[in-house]
Design a protein around this ligand. Sequence first.
Ligand SMILES: *Cc1c(COP(=O)(O)O)cnc(C)c1O
Length: 313
Amino acid sequence: MNLWVKRDEMTGVEVSGNKIRKLEFCIAEAQRQGCDTLITCGGLQSNHCRATAIMGTRLGMKVHLILRGEEPELPTGNLLMDHLAGAEISYLPAEGWSTAHPQYAAQLQAEAERLGSRAYFIPTGASDEVGLWGYISASEEIAADLRAANLRPNAIVCATGSGGTQAGLIVGNELFNLADKIVAFNVSDDAKYFDERARLDIGRWQSRYADLLAGTAGADIDVATIQVNTQEGYLGPGYGVAGPEVFETIKQLASCEGIFLDPVYTGKAFHGMVSEIRKGDEGCFAGATDLVFIHTGGLFGLFPQQENFHFSD
Ligand SMILES: *Cc1c(COP(=O)(O)O)cnc(C)c1O
């Protein structure tokens, strides 16, 4: 078995990871609409919020983050970087979050409007029909990588959290014929959720960009029949919480290859991929000879969880 890694943890230093690919399109849309402020939301250690905070500052835009949970005494990891980048931060309780955060975002947008400014709301993980372009465009790049390596992988593998990377790769695979399938390991929710989510976001992309897509292969994608392969079984205790096997996997890959995974996304997905490979014919990669793992970043999420690593043995 050959394991290949698409190093999207190297899309930048401070803005490293998959979120910059989606933000490239979401922030362009915000600017097209004449917005001077970005509002977005996520967990306390959101890689997406950190990337938005930094990109906003670089582009001279104000950034307001809505984070889920209580303000910690000491900001670490991504949250430290949000503060350093000068983002305004509001904390909303985890309870009632799903209804409260879009309401709060709408309130902030109305306030901005009153003050003669204009705020663009980017949903969780920049996973919507605009952000979808990120991994469609990445797929074009991956197609070139595969040609250069003379490689046709059995599967392209990633972690899925807000679904935009997975859905973008599914569209990308339809357009650029990268691999036999896209396999995503869920780090939250379940397969059913991502199945519906991918179809919904791809459908919205087709309607929003109908004029642009007219007469292209993108318009022909049938959301009813696309394959959404979400491999369950590796979520562990819950989103952002990993078992010892994930920390062991992170340690092993770092010490074997010098490639650093994170405990929230890539560590779980990589552990899931290796476990499925070990299952042989019973696993979801039965018969595969080449897999491409998309390393989606997340390094800064390691530091707030450092107590889970043990080095004494
Ligand atoms: C957000 C994130 C993911 C998941 O991508 P989605 O498009 O939200 O599903 C994977 N890995 C890392 C490091 C992330 O920050």
